[in-house]
Design a protein. Structure first.
Length: 287
């Protein structure tokens, strides 16, 4: 008991005459009771204060978690950015819109690139780009010259008039092929008319992948499927083109030859486009 009083400091602070008298005893008793009564209260107050602080901290965390994220700036939204950090750009060589600055390459997609499904309008627009691009007229001029030199159609004759016939027939064949394979076919069969570069693996594996895109294509939902657009579309284009060629060329054999030739050329084109980013990066040092 003495130690307890000494810790509270009650006796040491009272005058001597109070410590030795009955009044002093009463005062000591009253002070002791007051001390004992106040000590638990103080402890309870401290505990209540700690619990209150903890509750306030929890409430602040709850409010903070319920608040919406900070708004995205308008400039970032226009650029297509969100609060999620942008993905790291692929270090692989990328496809270009043109090959060697001339040949159209608008429908080639770089490796590991995911694109949304095409609309009907987008499918026809891409077919029109390949058909009416300035490079199509230049390539048709070269093909017409080669055909005339080889006398592919003697009925066209030679000279400027003959070259003109070869030229417009080549342009018409190009338009038939592009719109049947790249426009009408993809719309009817709900297929993607773009070429998706593989970009990984051995040369043989990539070459096989590219060549077989004549037979395998993507549906609008991204799943692989038989390339009806290519096979049926190129056959339809060959049949339509026979209508404006000489009568002797409107045979099943001639149409079949043109059909097969078109698919073989497309397979070789896909293979070249598969390796074009690597060729471009290695020899022209560009991405």
């Amino acid at each position: 008991m003495t130690n307890r009083f000494s810790r509270t400091g009650v006796l040491s602070k009272m005058p001597l005459y109070l410590q030795t008298s009955k009044l002093g005893a009463v005062c000591v008793t009253a002070a002791l009771l007051a001390t004992l009564a106040c000590t638990p209260a103080a402890l309870q107050a401290q505990q209540l204060t700690a619990e209150t602080s903890s509750s306030l901290a929890s409430a602040n965390d709850s409010v903070s978690s319920s608040l919406p994220d900070a708004p995205v700036p308008a400039s970032a939204m226009q650029a297509g950015q969100t609060t999620t950090p942008p993905a790291t750009a692929s270090a692989d060589p990328q496809q270009t819109k043109r090959i060697l600055g001339i040949m159209p390459n608008f429908r080639s997609v770089s490796a590991d690139t995911k694109l949304p499904p095409q609309t009907v309008k987008e499918k026809f627009i891409s077919a029109g780009q390949d058909t009416f691009d300035y490079s199509s007229f230049l390539l048709a001029a070269v093909q017409a010259g080669v055909s005339m030199y080889g006398k592919s159609y003697p009925e066209f004759h030679q000279g400027a008039v003959g070259y003109g016939r070869y030229y417009w027939h080549t342009l018409a064949d190009t338009a038939d092929e592009n719109f049947m394979v790249g426009g009408i076919g993809p719309v009817l069969f709900h297929q993607d008319n773009r070429f998706y570069t593989l970009g990984h693996g051995s040369i043989g594996h990539r070459a096989f992948y590219a060549a077989t895109r004549v037979l395998i294509s993507r549906k609008d939902d991204g799943d692989n499927t038989f390339n009806f657009s290519e096979i049926i579309g190129s056959g339809a284009a060959a049949g339509v083109s026979s209508l404006y060629y000489p009568t002797k060329d409107r045979t099943w054999t001639k149409v079949g030859q043109k059909w097969l030739t078109s698919d073989l050329i497309d397979g070789a084109t896909f293979t070249f486009k598969e390796f074009w980013p690597d060729i471009n990066h290695k020899f022209f040092h560009t991405h």
